[in-house]
Design a binder for this molecule. Structure first.
Ligand SMILES: [Zn+2]
Length: 333
């Protein structure tokens, strides 16, 4: 490997997201590849040229790498803006190159004079403050069954055989397929939102907090009471399935490109507070409906949260902070 290259794992991959993926036709790069140590469940082999032109450049549609040569590429889309870095990666179905670019020209979408808050749902992927829902595609569950089948196929086949090798390759492609489906779904959802709203308020959420295991509850005699861990695991799975953090970063990029805005609001108590009167109604994660004992509002838990996120966003913009219904602006703002 030349000095201009650097082995990166996750850092390079996150930069890759949202950029163009181009497939190598040749396998010329394989000779200089140094495999990374096992990075856990998903093993990536990638490295980044930190500076375009220094070790990697484009020439008549070919990628030219120093010490490797010219490589034909299958373009997924045209490069826009100016290229900053070049990342090469070895995925389950071949080699990819990704160009991360700056100064990408924005393509503003017409303003709609509307804004909303969105919240992650458990039954649905997301819900807006005006009650629109986007269904969850559940790629992961479906793929999980397929993955299991593929793994069983491996174990049936003789060690060292070609058929087994083939089964292993097929198995490796499954998570990649899910990742791509999910990214596609996130892009489409983000674009639909950005078309409809000028400002989208989101909760500044840390998925790591949501998916933390519940604290063990001791019964005082050396053993433990049921703490709801298994039920929470079910909920967590769907949180991961939804890939909310991934979606939010795509939404932010899409909005920036379209001349719209995504703003984060403080996440505390958005699902507890009543969006009708501001009263705090305590409920655990498994309670799916918000029922206000103060003003009588009955609403889906997540829709109530989305409305709160919307109000909080309006307050951020300088609308005076007042409890509940008093600080609202006219609908269709
Ligand atoms: Zn209320």
């Amino acid at each position: 490997m030349s000095t201009a290259t650097r082995l990166v794992s996750h850092e390079g991959l996150s930069r890759m997201m949202g950029n163009c993926h181009v497939r190598f036709l040749g396998e010329g790069a394989r000779a200089t590849w140094t495999p990374l140590p096992d990075q856990g469940r998903e093993r990536y082999h990638s490295f980044t040229y930190k500076e375009y032109g220094n070790g990697a450049r484009l020439e008549n549609g070919y990628l030219v790498l120093s010490k490797i040569g010219r490589l034909a590429v299958r373009w997924s889309r045209a490069v826009e803006g100016s290229i900053k870095t070049v990342t090469l990666s070895n995925e389950a179905d071949g080699w990819y190159v990704c160009f991360s670019c700056t100064e990408v020209p924005a393509q503003p979408l017409p303003p709609t004079e509307r804004e909303t808050g969105i919240d992650v749902g458990l039954k649905v992927f997301l819900i807006t403050a005006d009650g629109q829902m986007v269904e969850n595609p559940r790629h992961y569950r479906k793929a999980e069954r397929e993955l299991k089948k593929a793994q069983q196929r491996i174990s049936c086949r003789k060690q060292g055989s070609n058929r087994r090798k083939k089964a292993v390759q097929q198995c490796a492609k499954k998570p990649q397929h899910v990742r791509r489906q999910r990214t596609d779904f996130h892009h489409k959802t983000a674009l639909a939102l950005v078309r409809e709203y000028d400002v989208i308020y989101v909760e500044a959420i840390q998925p790591a907090n949501l998916s933390r295991r519940p604290v063990p509850v001791s019964d005082g005699n050396g053993s433990y009471l049921h703490n709801g861990a298994s039920r929470k695991a079910g909920l967590n799975k769907r949180i991961h399935d939804a890939g909310w953090g991934h979606f939010l970063s795509i939404l932010a990029c899409t909005a920036a490109w379209a001349g719209k805005r995504v703003e984060a609001v403080h996440p505390a108590y958005t699902s507890q507070d009543c969006s009708g009167c501001g009263e705090r109604i305590r409920k655990s994660l498994s309670v799916r409906t918000h029922v206000c004992t103060h003003c009588g509002l009955v609403l889906d838990r997540d829709e109530n949260a989305a409305r709160n996120i919307h109000w909080r966003g309006q307050r951020l913009r300088g609308v005076p902070a007042m409890a509940g219904a008093l600080n609202r602006e006219p609908v269709g703002l």
